[in-house]
Write a new protein. Sequence first.
Length: 366
Amino acid sequence: MKKNKIKILSCMLVSILLFSACGVKKDKGVKEKQGEVSQKQEQQSDEKMLLQDKMFFLNSILTLNIMDEDADKDEIYKKVQERVQELEEKFTINADSSEVSEINQNAGIRPVKVSKDTYYVIKSSIKYSELSGGKFDITVGDLVKLWGIGTDKEKVPSDDEIKSALAKIDYRKIVLDDTAQTVFLQDEGMVIDLGAIAKGYVADEIIKILEENNIKSAIVNLGGNVYVHGSKNGKDFKVGIRDPFSQDANAYFGIYKTQDESIVTSGVYERYFIKNGVRYHHILSTSTGYPIDNELMSTTILTKNSMVADALSTTTFALGVDEGLKLIENTPGVEAIFVTKDKKVYMTSGVNEKLELTNKEYEILR
């Protein structure tokens, strides 16, 4: 994995748009397009600089910013890079040698023994499939590949193609053996894709490394999955929640203040293509086979565990406003912010005054 170290401002803007306590600036930082992040660098002599490490995971750019001045950043970046590389080699479906690919290759044939990492992520995903009644389902891989959204093979599939792909989606046909630590897909042609949960797990693993090395303040940004570790000079980080209606990747409708928390957003703006005037986004329905079409534009999940946030952002988007809010209100330690097509902002009770509305076109419904 190639590593590229660059310097960035402490007042940077990351993916969902993250600001330090020194102020909010719309025109600085990292832009996201179709799940990836590009870097914009600026230098100002009167502002403190940070060292940032940039690497890649599952076709997304991962950036890590460590703010502790006395930390051995090079050594920590090396540990993070090695761990991310290890997980990439287990989770990717773009390499025949990965554990997930081996599971898929042996669908309907035999169980496959996997590592603790892969087994844990797959077992956890089943929990969210059960919570959502199958609306969240990692066996959606064949359908995802069929649409090809975000790749050079994107297309609107035929009804017959969608019907065939839907027949291969069923989390209940994932057979786990806790003792042998094996995974078996019962039907030939089933395909697991961990894209809706793996980035969250990786972010959590990075946080573990930071904690083991006594890092007090850092930002992890993995293709839109943001984790703010610690605080910024004892104050809250300020996270700008992306405006799902804007074509500007730096646009936000509100600022969320927090410490030690993961902020993960799923939205129709992330990856999509337009065909004959119709916009097709990447969050696919496991029942219709088409992009989910409900009242939502985006869902943001706020919690200490990034894998949970990753899975629940997709789950709640599929459930819709009412069912999604109900699920989060009944899930301890998790909060949510939903944006609908009429620019209404719904949030769970724990968000309260942490969210400051900055775009007056939006309305918060409490």
